[in-house]
Design a binder for this molecule. Structure first.
Ligand code: ADP
Ligand code: MG
Length: 280
């Protein structure tokens, strides 16, 4: 496996995409708070302000722990985009640079003995070697394919070795400042429980509710009336932001090819019929 591609922070595109995320503010804020407590003494500031002591256990788990965070939810609900956005935002607040490495199931390699576990070690070595003082971010995509439950009957030896590597890496990274690892998955129950226990926080990403869909639809359909948007909120139930975007793109392309205005009836029809990303 070649070295992982590196995305440098701050990054205009990530910021722009992140600012358009709808309904994910609470998750973004909690992640930023977590980072401030872990690396920037937010807990001590709170203690001074309130004159209340910080329990030793809590302080210990924050300063000596690994910032390992689990993001779970259906595909296209904003897990990766939020991880990137939070990282970018943190760098901007602190006035520092950062890097994001993304580890995908490509790490499984070509089946040679030791390939998979070796790729995981190399990926984390690359993370550790990033510049001192910068924010070091790893996003592990589809972690259920990389850290399978070792108890699973079908789990292959290679897979078990890879899971072990993950656990060892997680332990070795304890206490590293400004390093965060986001594990993303749509099947949280398939992840090895020991790895899941090591996560300091878990966030569930749901499909957008009516209010969030209203915002997404209004933004992408500026020519439509309030009443029309209300009707589309109803027919788009169950769609992810990515489903909505793909459906509307199709509608616009058809209108452009015919040089006709986008018709409400067509959009309504497409949104009600259009395939919804399946939950697994
Ligand atoms: N809640 C949301 N609001 C607005 N756009 C979203 C939202 N969730 C996802 N998107 C859009 O869909 C794109 C893909 O989402 P992504 O984060 O890759 O999903 P996941 O990692 O959960 O599969 C994002 O870059 C963003 O543009
Ligand atoms: Mg993703």
């Amino acid at each position: 496996m070649p070295p992982l591609a590196e995305t440098l922070l701050p990054h205009e595109g990530i910021q722009r995409d992140g600012q358009r995320l709808v309904g994910l503010d609470p998750i973004v804020e909690e992640l930023l708070l977590q980072m401030a407590c872990q690396w920037d003494g937010a807990l001590q500031d709170w203690s001074e302000q309130t004159q209340q002591p910080v329990p030793e256990d809590l302080e210990d788990s924050l300063t000596n722990g690994v910032a390992l965070v689990l993001l779970h939810g259906d595909p296209g609900t904003g897990k990766s985009a939020s991880a990137r956005f939070v990282s970018d935002y943190y760098c901007r607040i602190k006035g520092i640079t950062g890097s994001i490495l993304t580890l995908t199931t490509q790490a499984r390699g070509n089946g040679l003995v030791g390939d998979f576990a070796g790729n995981i070690w190399r990926a984390f070595d690359q993370l550790r070697a990033l510049p001192e003082g910068s924010l070091k971010v790893m996003i592990v995509d589809e972690v259920e394919g990389m850290a399978v439950r070792r108890s699973e009957q079908q789990a292959h030896h290679e897979e078990k070795a890879a899971t072990d590597s993950f656990l060892q890496v997680a332990d070795e990274l304890a206490g590293e400042s400004r390093m965060i690892i986001f594990l993303t998955t749509n099947q949280p129950d398939e992840i090895d429980p020991a790895l899941r226990r090591r996560c300091i926080a878990e966030f569930g990403f749901g499909r957008p509710g009516p209010d969030a869909r209203r915002v997404l639809l209004a933004r992408q359909l500026p020519a439509f009336s309030e009443a029309q948007l209300d009707a589309l909120v109803t027919v788009s139930e169950g769609m992810t932001p990515v489903d909505i975007r793909a459906a509307l793109r199709g509608c616009y392309m058809a209108a452009v090819s015919k040089m006709e205005p986008l018709a409400f009836e067509v959009v309504q029809e497409v949104l009600s019929q259009r395939h919804r990303t399946q939950a697994v």
